[in-house]
Design a protein around this ligand. Structure first.
Ligand code: FES
Length: 142
């Protein structure tokens, strides 16, 4: 197990958002000057229904310590049930992360509507703190 000091570890978080509600929430947070950890890498997807275990695992391979997927609220996906498909793929990928020893907690899905800038910021803060407590990804430095 890797020794780490949570205080001096800044996790790298990759955030996949759909281009509708979730990315609007990012814009809302920006417009309202709501602060959230700056150490995130945003990747836009047409819909979280495009989420694929491969993309999520690649994010870890490319150095992410944690990954989250942010989509429209259930019932409000612009592609009808895309966010439900995304949710199922995130659940499946969490299982894979447990199987390979990275741990399911390094991946999470959130649902926000476009005006929910604070909720988006809270999701990123929560993920940041959770991953900080977990420590760097075991894939780091390989
Ligand atoms: Fe936002 Fe489908 S368009 S999750």
């Amino acid at each position: 197990m890797t020794e780490h000091n949570g205080k001096d570890f800044e996790p790298e978080i990759t955030v996949f958002t759909c281009i509708y509600c979730a990315y609007m929430a990012v814009d809302t947070a920006g417009a309202l000057k709501i602060e959230y950890p700056p150490n995130i890498k945003l990747i836009k997807l047409p819909c979280t229904g495009k989420t694929d275990a491969r993309y999520l695992l690649e994010a870890f391979e490319q150095g992410a310590d944690g990954v989250c997927v942010v989509g429209c609220p259930i019932g409000n996906c612009h592609h009808v049930d895309g966010n439900k498909r995304g949710r199922a793929r995130v659940a499946h990928t969490k299982q894979l992360l447990d199987d390979v020893g990275l741990g399911a907690d390094r991946l999470e899905m959130y649902f926000v509507s476009g005006g929910m800038g604070e909720t988006f910021a809270n999701a990123v803060r929560e993920m940041n703190e959770r991953v900080r407590a977990l420590g760097p990804s075991p894939l780091k430095g390989r």
